[in-house]
Design a protein around this ligand. Structure first.
Ligand code: GLN
Length: 559
């Protein structure tokens, strides 16, 4: 393989050892941010060793959130961290799984592309893996950071490790840096931090032909210089390549500063011979963000009414978007995870009255739906700020249809196939494929917002674009009745056929969107809808009369 289009592109491969969940994705993202702060252009990608072609079909309990890219890729949740840290939009090609790689290899084999050769893991699968990485190199990209999912030593990871080993041979030594993350546990009985797991995992990596350039040691306490010397000696890396990555105390956004203090970006640039191309590191913006996180003092309690609340990773981008909004307002957002199935009982016991605001996030399937509808109704009747995301909008429309318009059996066809009043339904062109569950509306779509509406005021513009991932829509046949009864369809598709946003004039904040705005929130640029939800919730927390957004001209984008 040659160093193709992006002849100047450098590559960082991030692997993990000892244990899963060490924070490889966050470490890779933080490094990406540091390289960007040195004036380099960065993109990122994740190689996932599982056999699903993408995570789109996986149960959220298995895999957490599915992160949707602008071009409609259904990807690993780590891509959300990448986008939030490096502030670049990624795409479907930024995530490759074993399943997608084998599918491509098998398709090529069926087409006869291999000219009768025996198709093997090496070289055909490894070539395909390398091709996926090389594809991301462009002339305007300085560094591609590649996270290899899974743990070194797993059976499934072997072809990926082999491919990234070959990659350095292909593109040249100075164009590749291997970063290996390990765990340095503290053993209370002996009162010591232990390096043995690190040694073993580096040995395992070396047995596959890769000598790491940088070793990032994850631990709950800083690694002493003595321990660093030991790791340096035993794992054969210079001492400045041993990075102590202690758990961040307040927020994940501290990680770039921690790694910079350890000299990680300097060292990586040295390995990649990038010194000539980089500027002085400019961390001012990031430091301001981190001090905002530290100074946040007001408290606001937001309930997330969902069905996957036992695994908060299922709502990762929603949580981050709420935090970003909190940083903006100097508020700590306390999350209360509310199991949707328990809402009706909780409302009877008045147990949701402590909530200053409510988010009803996305989801699939019938379980918990009646609880979400009840939560939407409670927020509507009690002036509690409420943001509905995708499924959230749909349950708000069902609540409004049943309890305000008076359509008693209003429902979504997703939850009750033979409902007489499918206020949420597949659209006509989808009905043909309904047997297969309909096609998903995936990726970025434009919406036009009504002048003067709360959503237009929040966004500060009237044409917006958001990412989607759903099958069902507000049924256009009921739109008139909903609007006559006071619901405002304040954002629609440009052809006016699809309802993209709803709101309730006169309510402090009862807004639903058919999209997933959480994917576009950034730590230093909260998404307008989350920003305004938290603002309205803070007003409620302070016992102030919630301000009506539509009457408050000061809430534009520059606010
Ligand atoms: N299940 C709903 C649909 O398919 C909502 C999906 C979602 O919330 N992402 O339309």
């Amino acid at each position: 393989m040659r160093q193709a289009a992006g002849g100047r592109t450098k590559y960082v491969f991030v692997t993990g050892g000892v244990s899963s969940s060490l924070g490889k994705g966050l470490t890779a993202s933080a490094l990406g941010r540091l390289l960007k702060c040195r004036g380099l252009s960065v993109t990122m990608c994740k190689l996932d060793p599982y056999i699903n072609v993408d995570p789109g079909t996986m149960n959220p309990f298995e895999h957490g959130e599915v992160f949707v890219t602008e071009d409609g890729g259904e990807t690993d949740l780590d891509l959300g961290h990448y986008e939030r840290f490096i502030d670049e939009n990624l795409h479907r090609d930024s995530n490759a799984t074993t399943g997608s790689i084998y599918s491509a290899v098998i398709a090529k084999e069926r087409r006869g592309d291999y000219l009768g050769k025996t198709v093997q893991v090496i070289p055909h699968v490894t070539d395909e893996i390398k091709e996926r990485v090389a594809r991301l190199a462009r002339d305007d990209i300085d560094v591609v950071i590649v996270e290899v999912g899974g743990t070194v030593g797993d059976i499934e990871i072997v072809p990926f490790i082999e491919a990234i080993r070959q990659f350095r041979r292909d593109v040249g030594r100075d164009n590749v840096c291997y970063v290996h993350l390990t765990l340095v546990p503290y053993l209370a009985p002996s009162g010591e931090q232990k390096t043995k797991p690190t040694q073993h995992s580096v040995t395992e990596l070396r047995s596959r032909g890769i000598q790491p350039d940088v070793i990032v040691c994850r631990s709950d306490q800083p690694i002493s210089d003595g321990l660093k010397r030991k790791i340096s000696l035993l794992c054969d890396v210079p001492i400045e390549a041993v990075i102590s990555a202690v758990d961040a105390s307040k927020s994940i956004y501290e990680i770039p500063l921690v790694l910079h203090d350890e000299g990680m970006d300097d060292f990586v640039c040295k390995v990649l011979r990038l010194e000539g191309r980089t500027t002085e590191v400019d961390l001012a913006g990031w430091e301001t963000l981190v001090s905002k996180v530290e100074e946040a003092s007001d408290k606001v309690q937001i309930g997330i009414i969902g069905k996957y609340v036992n695994l908060p990773d299922a709502y990762l981008s929603v949580v981050e978007a709420l935090r970003h909004a909190g940083y903006y307002h100097g508020a700590q957002v306390d999350l209360e995870w509310v199991q949707a199935e328990e809402v009706i009982g909780m409302l009877a016991g008045n147990h949701l009255r402590n909530l200053d605001g409510i988010v009803i996030p996305g989801g699939f399937g019938e379980r918990g739906i009646e609880g979400m509808i009840a939560a939407a109704g409670y927020a509507r009747e009690h002036d509690v700020p409420c943001l509905g995301l995708c499924l959230g909008l749909q349950v708000m429309v069902i609540d409004y249809s049943r309890n305000v318009v008076g359509i008693e059996r209003a429902n979504s066809r997703e939850f009750e196939h033979s409902t007489p009043d499918p206020v949420i339904d597949l659209m006509d062109d989808q009905a043909e494929v309904a047997d297969m569950g309909g096609t998903m509306r995936l990726g970025s779509y434009v919406a036009c917002l009504k002048a003067g509406s709360q959503v237009a005021q929040a966004y500060g513009e009237q044409v917006v674009s958001e990412r989607h991932r759903h099958r069902y829509e507000v049924n256009i046949r009921y739109r008139r009745r909903l609007e006559d009864a006071g619901l405002s369809c304040s954002g629609t598709s440009p052809d006016d056929r699809l309802v993209e946003f709803i709101e309730l004039p006169g309510h402090p904040f009862w807004i639903g969107t058919q999209a997933h705005p959480e994917f576009k929130s950034r730590p230093d640029r909260p998404h307008p809808l989350f920003r305004e939800l938290v603002r309205a919730s803070m007003a409620r927390a302070e016992g102030r009369l919630p301000r009506l957004l539509a009457l408050d001209g000061s809430l534009g984008a520059g606010d």
